[in-house]
Design a binder for this molecule. Sequence first.
Ligand code: SDX
Length: 429
Amino acid sequence: MADKHARLTIDGKDFDLPILSPTDGPDVLDIRKLYGQVGVFTYDPGFTSTAACDSTITFIDGDKGELLHRGYPIDQLAAKSHYLEVCYLLFYGNLPTAAELEQFESLVTRHTMIHEQMHYFFRGFRRDSHPMATMVGVVGAMSAFYHDSLDINDLHQREVASIRLIAKMPTIAAMAYKYSIGQPFVYPRNDLDYAANFLHMCFSVPAEPYNVDPILARAMDRIFTLHADHEQNASTSTVRLASSSGANPFACIAAGIACLWGPAHGGANQACLEMLREIGTVDRIPEYIARAKDKNDPFRLMGFGHRVYKNFDPRAKVMKQSADEVLDLMGIENNPTLQVAKELERIALEDPYFIEKKLYPNVDFYSGIILDAMGFPTSMFTPIFALARTVGWVSQWKEQLSDPQLKIGRPRQLYLGDTRRDYVEIENR
Ligand code: SDX
């Protein structure tokens, strides 16, 4: 029961709107009965002021640049935890005991292989397909194979589907990469941890042994952790909306992958590195800053800005440290792309336009530099984001299915089209 209320007055009539208070963040105006009582819709394209659900998973404070997963700050998790432990935290709600973690890691490890017949899906794609196209297709097709984890009303099947998705996404992403470069698929190995296994599946070849560098594995694991979940972003909201119709988990996650692909969202890491390469040298930065400020130029500085963060994205800070570590390890600390990135960041953060609009580097600004240094092509940047975000998607999907007030998401509109008119036969037009 709300103890705070707002008063809405329309045409001289007063309406009471309950105000609901969170454990952290802004209050919300409860408008669930608005249309029924008042006969008006609210209007919020892009959902800049709309809370579409309640959640206990992730909290973001855009002004403070704070990101909490089940209350734990992302910088502490990135420094002290590892991806599968963060997966456990997001999915089950608390940090695991040693025994719980061991059991969870063993469960994920033993679900990393995909059904052997799914290999044929890859062969239906052109070799030069974008790996995100392959991932949308293959993940959606998991609903054609894993019939024993499609029933969303069965709690056990929800968990099996979630574990399968967390476990198999690295295998599918690595297979999409191998297929695109004409190399044979590499099976997962149960003796490697999650991040090392992914690097092994991407970079090993049957012709010779491949030893995963522990520093690169740690950097890979940290990138996964930094991308694990992020409140009600566009792709997570897509997963929730798809799930609200009762669609199966694999179809919902395929929808999330499709949404993440866009350059304004998860596709920004690829677009950012390609932009840094296009800028090429530090002396060309002012030209691009000017374009980003030009209202008549659609160009935007990829990797900058965020709907929520009006301060530094806390993930970008950790990512920047990782970039220095990886490039130092690879002996390319004077990497020209990193030099352009650091100078672009410095100039942009001093520019009145970026200061006024509170445009800071986001999670995608440095991730591409690390992935490029690790040997990934830019086309693999967003598949890696999708791989890492899968745990966030399935955790939010599970939370929504457990919500007793769940109903199908069905927004309305502000109609600006033609009013009723009668059909005109073609001879009279
Ligand atoms: C991710 O939501 C999430 O949490 C997403 C994410 C996650 O983990 O799931 O954090 C991952 O998607 C990060 C964002 C990656 N995208 C990019 O780096 C692409 C470049 N950024 C922009 O496209 C933009 O900043 C968005 C899409 C990220 C946010 O856009 P908003 O919130 O809709 O803000 P806006 O477009 O209304 O911009 C506000 C103003 C505008 O100027 P005015 O119209 O007010 O004059 O800032 C300007 C914009 O033109 N602006 C930029 C800019 N971003 C915004 N100008 C130049 N360069 C930019 N990058």
